[in-house]
Ligand binder design. Structure first.
Ligand code: GLN
Length: 483
């Protein structure tokens, strides 16, 4: 039963082949048995899950239906869940029980999902390996010596190991797409403003966006349907109608114009990944797509711009964690300053402290123009590159990451080496565009992802292309040994 996708679960529940309660029990037992190898969960919510499963079964018995009614999922541990610890992967929030549900959590609960637990993540979503979590690193089910990607590494590892069919995640610079690529999943970062950020603990507010992680594009469509939509509580949420994503999956790709940026294939890209990307291009050509070479000339400036803007926003967002109102508080402070210093020094891990320092520096008087303002100007150039490209093509295709998942600890002593791995994903966040990663093959037994980017609010186009690709390939069906 643990192999079922969300779409298959919905059919099984509708046909009364099993109940949500039965399925929930199977998955909870599987998590208890297998997760010690992965560390993908920070909290399990068995009681809530069984309650929600029974309620979903009762709603079905009363004639209700719905693709998410009775579907087991988990939430990345930065979505606030009322009365349940919401740690953000940090000691700072280890004892924080959110007083309310995030909009995403509330919407999905109303649609009938069953919350199995909260998934592990890089501390405050800062990272690409899920090694900065205060709750310990997450392991990649494809090879337990390798990282699962980050920051949504817990959601990715759990779904890849078939502990559950799908999970929520967030993407500030690639944290949905990169772990999807590293664990053979399909992950979608929606357009900025498509999914509410209310109750989603902020890392970098102008870049953060929630989205689905699942095994197939079809399942991403189902989960996104439950997450997307205008929210008056989030001033950056956009009042744009939400299309029926499942209904759009079967569009033909005949004549689809795919842009392949020449800058994507420079030095730094593993040539074996380049070959797999060429294979996926051929596959899409067979389905009728037309390939065009394009250029994104400012791409090379994106990493430095992102690693100024994201820490700058983080330094401001994280100033609220001061040991006074909530969060970790040090023992026996001598005075107020000592309370601030020690609470923050003890509560935040090294990567978070590094980013707060970089961000505060970039925003300080005298440096603002040199760093922050310049980074914002680059951001506009990156966006303009995409606007020009989308005049000529319908989607942009390339690798999700330059290399497959690295070994645990391999980049710990060199943070910049890890930042460079974000080269293909962060441009979509800087521009606010939707992006999707889907399985494209394997290198040394480790999964590789192909990334698709589309114009604003064209999530449906990404899901359509990915679904057609998945009807004609079987990479996404491969299961890691031992799971
Ligand atoms: N790796 C990037 C960072 O560390 C992106 C993280 C994310 O998307 N949350 O900032």
């Amino acid at each position: 039963m643990h192999q079922l996708t969300l779409a298959e679960i919905a059919r099984g529940l509708a046909d009364k082949k099993f109940s949500s309660e039965e399925l929930t029990k199977v998955l909870l037992a599987r998590i208890t048995q297998l997760d010690p190898q992965l560390n993908s969960f920070i909290s399990l919510t068995e009681e809530l899950a069984l309650e929600q499963a029974k309620a979903a079964d009762a709603r079905r018995a009363n004639g209700e239906s719905g693709a998410l009614l009775g579907a087991p999922i988990a939430h990345k541990d930065l979505f606030c869940t009322q009365g349940i610890r919401t740690s953000c992967g940090s000691k700072m929030l280890d004892n924080f029980k959110a007083p309310y549900d995030a909009t995403v959590v509330a919407k999905l609960a109303a649609a009938g999902t069953v919350t199995l637990g909260k998934t592990n993540m890089d501390e405050f979503a800062m990272g690409s390996a899920n090694e900065s979590s205060w709750y310990g690193a997450v392991k990649n089910p494809w090879n337990l010596e390798h990282v699962p990607g980050g920051s949504s590494g817990g959601s990715a590892a759990a779904v890849a190991a078939r502990l559950l069919p799908a999970a929520t995640a967030t993407d500030t610079g690639g944290s949905i797409r990169q772990p999807a690529a590293f664990t053979n999943l399909t992950g979608l970062k929606p357009t900025y403003g498509r999914v509410s950020r209310w109750g989603m603990i902020a890392y970098a507010s102008s870049l953060d966006q929630g989205g689905p992680l699942a095994r197939t594009a079809e399942d991403c469509a189902i989960l996104l349907q439950g997450m997307a939509g205008f929210d008056p509580n989030d001033s950056t949420s956009i009042d744009e109608p939400v299309p029926d994503y499942a209904a759009g999956l079967n569009g033909s790709l005949q004549g689809l114009r795919i842009g392949v940026p020449k800058e994507y294939f420079g030095a730094g890209l593993d040539p074996r990944i380049a070959d797999l990307i060429q294979n996926s291009i051929k596959e899409l050509q067979k389905l009728g797509a037309v390939i065009k070479e394009i250029s994104l000339p400012n791409m090379q400036h994106a990493i430095p711009a992102y690693y100024v803007i994201a820490p700058a926003e983080a330094s401001s967002n994280l100033s609220r964690f001061d040991g006074v109102r909530f969060g970790h508080r040090c023992e026996d402070p001598k005075n107020l300053e000592d309370l601030y210093k020690r609470s923050r020094g003890e509560g935040f891990g090294p990567e978070v402290q590094r980013r707060i320092m970089v961000g505060a520096y970039a925003l300080s008087a005298g440096y603002y123009d040199a760093y922050y303002l310049k980074a914002q100007k680059i951001r506009r150039l990156v966006k303009n590159d995409f606007m020009t490209a989308f005049n000529e093509v319908d989607i942009i295709l390339g690798p999700t990451t330059p290399n497959p998942a690295w070994k645990l600890g391999a980049k710990n002593s060199d943070p910049v080496a890890a930042y460079l791995e974000d080269v293909y994903t962060i441009t979509a966040n800087l521009a606010g565009l939707p992006g999707l990663s889907m399985p494209a093959g394997f290198v040394d037994g480790l999964p590789v992802g192909v990334q698709l980017l589309a114009p604003y609010f064209q999530e449906g186009r990404l899901l359509n292309v990915a679904h057609q690709y998945q009807l004609n390939t079987d990479w996404h069906t491969r299961t890691p040994t031992g799971f």
